[in-house]
Design a protein around this ligand. Structure first.
Ligand SMILES: Cc1cc2nc3c(=O)[nH]c(=O)nc-3n(C[C@H](O)[C@H](O)[C@H](O)COP(=O)(O)OP(=O)(O)OC[C@H]3O[C@@H](n4cnc5c(N)ncnc54)[C@H](O)[C@@H]3O)c2cc1C
Length: 338
């Protein structure tokens, strides 16, 4: 049965948090949610679930753009479980009826999003890379790669509410927090629910590999690098600049970079301050993982390469000459010993 569309108003973001730390994707979604809410002229809210210190986080949610924070503070929400978080967020969504509900495309957001959409009998578009409001209606345009990334599809949930989307970390931009922003905090009680799983222990995994997603400078290489050995040239530039090395899928498939360093649709989504794309053609599946980088420097022998369409600086040339030249210049400028 279609929803009564007029019953639903407002844009809402699920505020993912663990151990009293809000996930950066929640702030990014608040930034995007603010734009959508302003277009629709409705409030932006956040759903904040947790226990103990959770109230202390509400101010941060408001500072990042929310007008209202719906909060449930309950010991059953200490660690994430589908049943508890589903019960808490379902109660809030059913009571306050937002027309749009955004979640991070993270392990938690993907799990909760699917469960929520099923219970709300509405549509969910996963891994969106663009969100907007359709001209002349209140429909959310949810854009994401489709058919193996060969096309960008814009999907709408026209007859059901809320319209639900997940978005990967680092795709949207967070607002600069404004601690003077004022908002409302509305506390709800945890509803009764069937506990289907219980967390016995929480063990934090220590990451040992280079954190590509957090790097401010990434020197990425593709098929054009020509072999694993040549990646040493990229590593040297990355080291001089304090960055890390990434790669395209072709580079990862060839074993020139670890799969964990692959950037793109089936790899990592990154948004560094500078992204060097060396010998990377710029296939859409690669672009969706890096096109929001602040500055993109593309080096390619083919002046028609699609990567140049998103590049801030386009260098038509052989990377085997250009990259070592960059390294020499930066070494000189930064005073790094030869
Ligand atoms: C479902 C699906 C998911 C995918 N996911 C991803 C993903 O997550 N990430 C990803 O990257 N790809 C992904 N791909 C693959 C993607 O479609 C492309 O095949 C891949 O990105 C191409 O890698 P590339 O740019 O390194 O290689 P190519 O497309 O072969 O480009 C090599 C480039 O190097 C240039 N070149 C050659 N020699 C030099 C030189 N000496 N100096 C400078 N430039 C040189 C060439 O002009 C060319 O532009 C996916 C594909 C599918 C179907």
């Amino acid at each position: 049965m279609p929803s009564n569309l007029d019953d639903y108003r407002g844009v809402c973001v699920f505020i993912e948090q663990a151990r009293d730390k809000i996930a950066s994707v929640a702030f990014e979604l608040l930034g995007e949610g603010r734009k959508l809410a302003d277009k629709l002229q409705v409030p932006l809210s956040g759903i904040l679930l947790g226990d103990n210190n959770i109230r202390a986080l509400a101010g941060d949610v408001i500072a990042h753009g929310a007008d209202i924070v719906y909060l449930i503070d309950d010991p059953q929400l200490k660690d994430y479980t589908t049943s508890a978080y589903l019960a808490g967020s379902l109660q809030i969504v059913n009571r306050y009826k937002p027309e749009i509900l955004l979640l991070g495309a993270t392990t938690m957001g993907r799990d909760l999003g699917g469960a929520l959409a099923t219970r709300l009998a509405t549509g969910l578009t996963a891994d969106c890379t663009g969100l907007d409001i359709e001209e002349g209606s209140r429909n959310l345009k949810q854009t994401r790669p489709a058919f193996g990334g060969n096309i960008m599809a814009t999907i709408m949930t026209k007859r059901h509410r809320p319209q639900m989307s997940t978005v990967r970390p680092r795709v949207m931009r967070a607002l600069v927090p404004d601690p003077s922003r004022q908002g409302k905090v509305i506390e709800e009680k945890m509803p009764a629910f069937d506990m289907t799983a219980r967390v016995i222990d929480f063990i934090c995994q220590v990451k040992t590999d280079a954190p590509l997603e957090d790097a401010e400078i990434i020197v990425s290489g593709g098929k054009g690098v020509g072999g694993a050995k040549n990646f040493a040239i990229l590593k040297e530039l990355a080291d001089v600049l304090g960055g890390v090395v990434g790669g395209s899928r072709k580079a990862a498939d060839a074993g020139w970079v670890p799969v964990s360093s692959q950037v793109g649709q089936t790899g990592k989504t990154v948004r560094p301050k500078i992204y060097f794309a060396c010998g990377i053609s710029g296939a859409i599946q690669h672009l969706v993982g890096m096109q929001t980088s602040d500055v993109i420097v593309a080096i390619n022998t083919d002046k028609e390469a699609p990567i140049f369409k998103v590049a801030t600086y386009s260098i038509v040339g052989d990377l085997l000459q250009v990259v070592p030249m960059f390294t020499r210049i930066f070494k000189k400028r930064l005073g790094t010993p030869e």
